[in-house]
Write a protein that binds this ligand. Sequence first.
Ligand code: MEV
Length: 317
Amino acid sequence: MIRKPKTTVTVSAPGKVILSGEHAVVYGYPALLSAINRRIVVKVRLAKSLQVSSNHPSTTHATMAVKRILEILGSRNSKLLVSIDSNIPVGSGLGSSAALAVASSAALTKLKSKFWNLRQINEIAYRIEKLQHGNPSGGDNTISTFGGFMWYRKEVEGFKTFLQVKIKKKLPDLFLLDSGKPKETTAQMVQKVKEYYLDKPIKVRRIFQEIESITRSFLKLLLDEQEISLSELINENQLYLERLGVVSQSTSELVKIIKRNGGAAKITGAGGYKAGSGMLLVYHPEPKKLLVFAQEKKLTISRVRLGEKGVRIEKES
Ligand code: MEV
């Protein structure tokens, strides 16, 4: 029997939160990441010309990513209709651009070459992220590709080590609270930290070392190796991120109130300095209090599930 070639592929990839280690990870320190229950769906089918339609606010950005992937695949003149549907907010620290790169490279390689190779998908997505951001650690695309919880480290540019973490402790309910959209892009925040690092290398290295120690404690907590307070880990981590200069005044104030009310909060990605700092990962031993607080302050909040599946095929026909 001759099988009809597939002409439509639908793929989805998750967003992420960084539990600990953002920014430090760009300098070779480890990070702990988790895939979350927000996904981007990319559907690719044969068409008369190349068209990209997207609910992802920047269709130009999506079109650029698709064109670059096709070039990498040596299929520059492909005639395809690429439809993108995302529920990962853009520019909020949840890895939306990495998820777009992962889902698009997965859908396009699947349709073009029929292969499904996660390492290759991740490698292409990393190349796209580099063109987009300049100097990413590669953590965001790797967690979006492989999913779950991950210990990640960029040893040198061409060699990254990462391992999925099988968690042994059930985490309590965690929430995403919107501190407002950052005015800066991820690339600008990474550049801001770089300038600080060049100016005060000893100070910044010390901050990175403290963050690494928190990341290791977080790993021990996930592996249930040690009794550690989740609140303390989150709050301490946030403190060092504030010292790095990636948290705005208004976000710091917001975090202070959450802490005063018995909770803990940290940014989940690159942060933001002038206005909002993106989504905060928030823990509160009494979640109801947190929900009431968010309602009173008219802040968007939702529960987040961690350890979600990485990139996957949703449909082929
Ligand atoms: C962005 O989600 C996380 C940063 O550490 C940058 C990166 O890892 O590429 C700020």
